[in-house]
Write a protein that binds this ligand. Structure first.
Ligand SMILES: NC(=O)N[C@@H](CC(=O)O)C(=O)O
Ligand SMILES: [Zn+2]
Ligand SMILES: [Zn+2]
Length: 429
């Protein structure tokens, strides 16, 4: 018995057209795509014309497990991912302890097997404890399943340390994934340095704190030949550096978050830490530069940087509250509504490529397409359904989002990962 998706509209990623189709899933594969597949003894999901696209892939998620389970667990974080239409996510190593040894890689895989609602690919730390002092055992970490190396949460301050890390990662054929932040420039800043931070009297983080690290690491990537991936790009000059580096033939890729594409520091009033994130929300000029970079291919993909925190932590004063937004459950509806429907800056096809196909291609992962014989990682979205974002309904433990109260369309109704239903709001029979 298979899973039959009846009366869907399948997005053609080549042409952008929607075609009325039935999709049959058997085992972990899509066994047939046709115009009228016999329901036979299959489990049928009536899609009523909803749109079938490849399962989303998010290369930047904080699952907080182990050690920070009050913020999120592998179980709740992957449930949140499935509800957002994601079938594969990469998790960040800034847990407690830091994911810097092979046992912890195995913990992530084992716990995902037991409690997960999507595939989880762990990144390992570049330096032990993310302290920036000595490199991790990158070979053993690769052996245990690390998909790349990052000290996300903090920047690697020493260029020499970064060079050594890149040399080792290059030899192992894995990417170096950077949180670009020169701490001597970001200091104790809690928001973007600019007119708004001056008006509010809050310490700022200048855009160059990000772009000088992107420039340094792009040049080190040229020297070492490693694949360098830039996390959560937010600053116009950083986008320019990536564009320049790509032009030079450097192996560099970049991601941008929904919040840096949709929000600026103008929304910050200095009282609500649900607007506090790192890198900070920047200016309209930076936001437009990120959009331009996404459109011209400088920025390869969208990643959420889902960073759950407790309500108590986010109630703290703006200067002392932790940085971070949740994002898995709102990423697609927000981007579809704001950039595809309203601004018409992106097509549905382009958005889906940035959220599924591009991450699969860049990180050499299965998925990212819907095809006969291919892997059954897919999501069905209802582009007409409009809902108000209510953090109380999230599957994630985190409620920390600046998008509460926004109206959005394009909600996932069914997610299938490796041929198994991981999220379902259809009435299947
Ligand atoms: N993005 C954030 O504001 N916070 C992240 C850390 C990070 O992604 O740098 C977190 O771990 O909370
Ligand atoms: Zn980061
Ligand atoms: Zn992060």
């Amino acid at each position: 018995m298979g899973i039959l998706l009846k009366n869907g509209r399948l997005l053609d990623l080549e042409t952008g057209e929607l075609h009325s189709r039935d999709v049959l899933v058997e085992g972990d594969r899509i066994s047939r795509i046709g115009e009228d597949i016999d329901p036979a003894s299959h489990q049928v999901h009536e899609l009523n014309g909803n749109v079938i696209v490849p399962g989303f892939i998010d290369m930047h998620v904080h699952l907080r497990d182990p050690g920070l389970e009050y913020k999120e667990t592998i179980e709740t974080g992957t449930r949140s991912a499935a509800a957002g239409g994601f079938t594969t996510i990469a998790c960040m190593p800034n847990t407690k302890p830091i994911l810097d040894n092979p046992e912890l890689m195995r913990y992530i895989y084992d716990t995902t097997n037991k409690t997960g609602s999507c595939k989880v690919l762990p990144y390992a730390a570049i330096t032990r404890g993310e302290r920036g002092e000595e490199l991790t055992d990158m070979e053993a970490l690769k052996e245990a399943g690390a998909v790349g190396f990052t000290d996300d949460g903090v920047g690697v301050q020493s260029g020499g340390m970064m060079r050594s890390a890149m040399e080792r990662a290059k030899a192992l054929g894995l990417p170096i994934v950077i949180h670009a932040e020169d701490e001597s420039l970001s200091g104790k800043g809690c928001m973007n340095e600019g007119d708004v931070s001056k008006r509010l009297g809050l310490p700022g983080i200048p855009g160059v704190a990000e772009s000088v690290h992107v420039a340094r690491d792009a040049l080190l990537a040229e020297l070492t030949g490693v694949h360098l991936h830039v996390c959560h790009i937010s600053d116009a000059s950083a986008v320019d550096v990536v564009r320049w580096a790509k032009g030079r033939g450097i192996r560099i890729t970049a991601e941008v978050t929904p919040h840096h594409l949709l929000l600026t520091d103008e929304g910050i009033d200095g009282t609500d830490a649900n607007w506090k994130v790192n890198p900070p929300l920047r200016t309209e000029k930076d936001r437009l530069a990120c959009l331009e970079g996404l459109l011209d291919g400088t920025i390869d993909m969208i990643a959420t940087d889902h960073a759950p925190h407790s309500e108590e932590e986010k109630r703290r004063a703006f200067q002392v509250a932790p940085f971070g937004f949740v994002g898995l459950e709102t990423a697609f509806p927000l981007l579809y509504t704001e950039l595809v429907e309203k601004a018409k800056l992106l097509t549905l096809q382009q958005l889906v490529k940035k959220m599924a196909t591009a991450p699969a291609e860049v990180f050499n992962l299965p998925g990212g397409t819907v095809a006969e014989g291919g892997l059954a990682d897919l999501v069905v979205v209802n582009l007409e359904e409009e809902r108000v974002i209510d953090p109380a309904t999230f599957a994630s433990k985190g409620r920390n989002t600046p998008f509460a109260g926004w109206r959005a369309k394009g909600w996932p109704v069914l997610t299938i990962c490796d041929g198994k239903v991981t999220f379902d709001r259809t009435n299947s029979k």
